[in-house]
Every structure is written in C-alpha cells, then in structure tokens.
Design a protein around this ligand. Structure first.
Ligand code: 4AD
Ligand code: MG
Length: 460
C-alpha cells in the first residue's frame, strides 16, 4: 500500500478504508488501555489522530512511541468521535522507524522563539516554523507565477561577482588565497592576479546590474536569488544572507516601476490570503491578532505616493520629537518611515531622493539634486522595496561613477549597455524575508528563513 500524507487524509470524504501513513509523533495522551497519538508529517499544520489499543501492540512497542519519534501506521480511516478533527485512524499495525528519547528538545509546546533559534536544526518540526516554511514556499511559487503570467523571464544572475552593485562596500570577499602566504605586489598590496579568478571577487549584494544586461535583451526579466551583505546590523530586519527578487524592465519609467511594484505586492499578499489560510489562521491566533486585518487592508487601499521632499515637509511640520532630527538631504531613519506609514495609515511610496544618499546608477533629475529613486515603506517593516529608474545616458552615468569614486574599470561591461542601444529602463528589489515578515506577522527576520545568517551566527 502506498503511504498517504496527512493533508490528503484530513480532506478525505471516504471513510472505512485502509490507509498507510508515515510521520512524526507530536503528542501522545490517553490511559492504560488506549493511546491517542497526534501525527504530523509537515504537509499541513494539522496533525491526524491515531487511536491505538495498548493491549494489541504490547508495552514494548507502545513505550517507544514518544514525542518526536518517526512512525509508520497502517489502519482504518474512520469518522472521529472526538472534537477538533473529522477523521482519525484506528491503528492496525505500527512500526517505529526512528525513535526519540527523553532528550528530544521539543517535548512540550510553547517554547520561546529565542530558544527555537538555538535549535534551528529541529525547529522546522514545530507548528510555527512549519507554517512559516510552507508559506515561504507558497510565496516563492507566487513570485514566479506573477512574473511568468506577465511575460517576464527569470534570469539567473551570478552569486560571485567582481563588482559592488550598490557601491556601498558591504561585501564578503571570495578567495582561495592562503592567508598565511598572501602573494604581494612590489608595493605591498595583495596580488589578486594569483587568486582563483585572477582578480578580487565577492559575494553579490544584488543581481541588478546583470538584470539590466538581461532587460536590454529580453525586455522584461527578474532575478530571484540569495544576496549577501556584510553590514554589521544586528536588527530584527537585517540578515547577512537574504533572498532578493529584482525585476528589471526595458521601456519602463519611474511611474511604471511604482505601478508594477504596488501591483506585485498586492498580488503576493492576496495569494497568501487565498492559499495559506490554515497557516495564517494559526499564526494570527498565536502571535498577532491583527495579522489578517493588516493583510486585507494593504490589499484594499492605494499606496500613498509622495516625494522625499514632500515627506521631509510632513516630518518637519509634525509635532513629534524624533531621535534623529530631519532635514533635507539626510537619509530617513526607521522612526521617520514608521511615522509616515502611521500618518497616512497605509503603505507609502517615496520617490525622488537626494542623489547623495542613493546609488550611482539612478537616473538624475533635471534639478541636479535628486534622482528617480523609489522606496516602498510598509507598516512596522519600513523599507520593503527599493528601486529606481536607471540612468541610461552614458556620459551622465560615467560622470556619476567618477564623482562617487567608484572603480570604473570594474564596470566597463555595465557602461557598454549605455553605449550600445541604450533605452529608458527601471527596476526594483524586494527583500524576500521582509515580505515574509509582513505576511507571517513574525517580528524577527531570523524567524522567517530556515537557517539565518547574522553577525557571529552561522551555526546550522
Ligand atoms: O534597497 P536595496 O539595497 O536595493 C538594491 O539592492 C537594488 N539593487 C534593487 C534594485 O533596484 N534592483 O535592497 C532592496 C531590498 C530592500 O528594500 C530590503 O527589502 C531588502 O532588499 N534588504 C534586506 N533584507 C534583509 N536584510 C538586509 N540586510 C537587507 N538589505 C536590503
Ligand atoms: Mg534601499
């Protein structure tokens, strides 16, 4: 007999049939005669109840059916007498595939999220992480579906690169050089010609620059891959390794870019509401009673759009005492972003930031002071998307690269897109884990990725 999954069995309208099931024991209760064993196999948040008569199986076997053990059960699927489930299994035979003794750390329910981070190798077996990981999968699928349905092509950008796409210098170096015997140039600097790639390389901070090469050929592309930032930010919203979705569109201006980004986010949240009902209900009940309402409200309203300059006016004319004072030209802090989202009571798209606080590749406005950047700010999360219209003019882009003292020789290939068949184009980056924070209602980014990488933390 082929084994079936819990999700499938719980939906079954057919009872009185023989079934076969494999999974992990979540809880076991009962008395001397009968055991009620809750089995979960990860296919759905719910467990299925197996009813076993102790006399039938003997003490030896029954003793090894403990929390965390992996078991295989053959039995009859019957309508349940108990509350909380429509069907249960009357066990005919039970085999313990893998035992778990009393040292299994997930004995009881209700461990703190901090404790679960210390046992990240086992936390996927909890209801919370099961829900989060299933939702990560559904969101991944929704992202590919959104773009595929709209004629975008998935472009695989490299993970090892020789350039700094954001020009922020927060990169992890990739090398095979021996640190004890570093090859040196006559002037004492390291001779990277001896390194694996014959040059200095690092893990990518963004797939955008390669995305732009793709857009100049395929028109509409998106990347979806891991990105790495060696910024020492120990916050609930920063990871050193995170996943980013970066669409890049030929012939799109900043307005087109904002329209796409807003539609994309609304699609993803609607998708979660429709396809992750059980998991969302669980997370809402356990962690955040407002979660479903918040998701609904983002889908049903237009995002508020204003320029950076207008936002600074709103912030300056507010009575709120900010820790960091606001003035035109400074980067907005978390507290300012929060204020704006609260003030307008919906997500906010800010555009046209001062060029000094944004990356070299953004299109310069006529005023000489601002660039066609846009950030989307979400309740609690702050920045969820960052994007821009790109500078497509060769001379202007080159001048900006020089002005910002970026190594032009590393970017010769990027500059050539502006030399051969350049055109208006735009794109943005969505931080996948920031999206996951929003849709799951979790409050620490370490809890929406299976194995988080943060400063001083790469255990699992
Ligand atoms: O604003 P960022 O730095 O933009 C870019 O990298 C552009 N190349 C995107 C583009 O235009 N194609 O990053 C984009 C998003 C942020 O809005 C945020 O959601 C997320 O990536 N992000 C992080 N997420 C988790 N941990 C970090 N350390 C993050 N840094 C950025
Ligand atoms: Mg940004």
């Amino acid at each position: 007999m082929k084994s079936r999954r819990v999700a499938d069995l719980l939906q079954s309208t057919e009872t009185g049939i023989d079934v076969f099931l494999k999974g992990w024991v979540r809880t076991r209760r009962g008395n001397k005669q009968i055991a009620f064993i809750a089995i979960n196999d990860g296919s759905i948040i719910h467990s299925i109840q197996v009813v076993a008569e102790i006399e039938k199986f003997g003490d030896e076997l029954m003793k090894s059916i403990t929390t965390g053990a992996c078991i295989a059960v053959k039995g009859k699927l019957v309508a349940s007498q108990g509350q909380g489930q429509s069907v249960e299994i009357q066990a005919g035979s039970i085999e313990v595939l893998g035992g778990a003794d009393e040292t299994y750390p997930l004995q009881k329910k209700g461990h703190s999220l901090e404790f679960l981070r210390e046992i990240a190798h086992l936390r996927p077996r909890t209801n919370t992480f099961g829900a989060v990981l299933r939702m990560r999968h559904h969101m991944t699928f929704a992202i590919h579906k959104y773009f595929n349905d709209r004629g975008f092509f998935n472009l695989h950008s490299p993970i090892i690169t020789g350039s700094d796409a954001e020009g922020a210098g927060e990169m992890f170096q990739v090398t095979t050089l021996d640190f004890d015997k570093l090859p040196r140039n006559p002037d004492g600097t390291i001779n990277y010609k001896e390194d694996f790639f014959g040059k200095a390389t690092n893990l990518t901070v963004s797939g955008q620059l390669e995305g732009e090469l793709g857009a100049m050929a395929l028109g509409l592309v998106y990347t979806f891959g891991p990105t790495f930032r060696a910024e020492n930010s120990n916050t609930p919203r920063h990871l050193a390794e995170f996943w980013m979705i970066e669409p890049e569109m030929a012939f799109y201006n900043l307005k087109d870019n904002m329209d796409l980004a807003e539609d994309f986010l609304k699609f993803l949240i609607s998708y979660a509401l429709e396809h992750c009902k059980d998991d969302l209900e669980f997370l809402t009940n356990l962690y955040d009673k407002e979660l479903l309402n918040r998701l609904q409200s983002v889908v049903s309203q237009d995002f508020k759009r204003l320029t950076y300059t207008e936002a600074v006016e709103v912030l300056s004319s507010s009575n709120k005492k900010f820790e960091f004072p606001v003035s035109w030209g400074t980067d907005l802090q978390k507290e300012h972003e929060n204020y704006l989202v609260d003030h307008f009571k919906r997500p906010v798209i800010l555009s046209d930031y001062p060029k000094e606080i944004k990356s070299f590749y953004m299109k310069q406005n006529e005023d000489g002071k601002t660039v066609r950047a846009m950030d989307i700010l979400f309740p609690w999360i702050g920045e969820i998307i960052g994007g821009s219209q790109r500078e497509e003019n060769f001379e202007k882009l080159q001048a900006r690269i020089k002005e910002m003292k970026i190594h032009e020789e590393e970017l010769w290939w990027y500059l050539e897109t502006r030399k051969y068949g350049t055109c208006e184009h735009s794109g943005f980056g969505l931080g996948f884990e920031r999206l996951m924070l929003f849709v799951t209602g979790m409050t620490n980014i370490r809890d929406v990725i299976p194995f988080p990488r943060t400063p001083k933390n790469a255990e699992f």
